[in-house]
Design a protein. Structure first.
Length: 89
């Protein structure tokens, strides 16, 4: 892939703004991370330095989005003797 000369390097504030815009329409921070990964890949492909290094404010923002939206992860049961007996039956 050849670099696109019309692209300019991003910064942490731009990624934070992008993440908050995505949070309005997407319901989980892990999906937002997929979008950020695509931006990161485009950034690297065009010869810019790693955009996601030392982005502490962005990390805090993503954790906050996850807290506000809640987690989609299902709750796991602890493996107990009683549960093993149910599974064995």
């Amino acid at each position: 892939m050849s670099p696109d000369s019309s692209l300019r390097p991003g910064n942490e504030q731009t990624l934070m703004h992008f993440s908050t815009l995505l949070a309005d329409s997407i319901n989980h921070s892990s999906i937002i991370k997929v979008y950020l990964s695509a931006v990161h890949s485009l950034h690297i492909d065009n010869g810019f330095p790693n955009l996601l290094v030392n982005c502490l404010q962005l990390q805090c923002l993503l954790r906050g989005i996850k807290c506000v939206q809640g987690s989609n992860a299902s709750r796991c049961l602890l493996i107990t003797i009683e549960l093993l007996k149910v599974i064995q039956r």
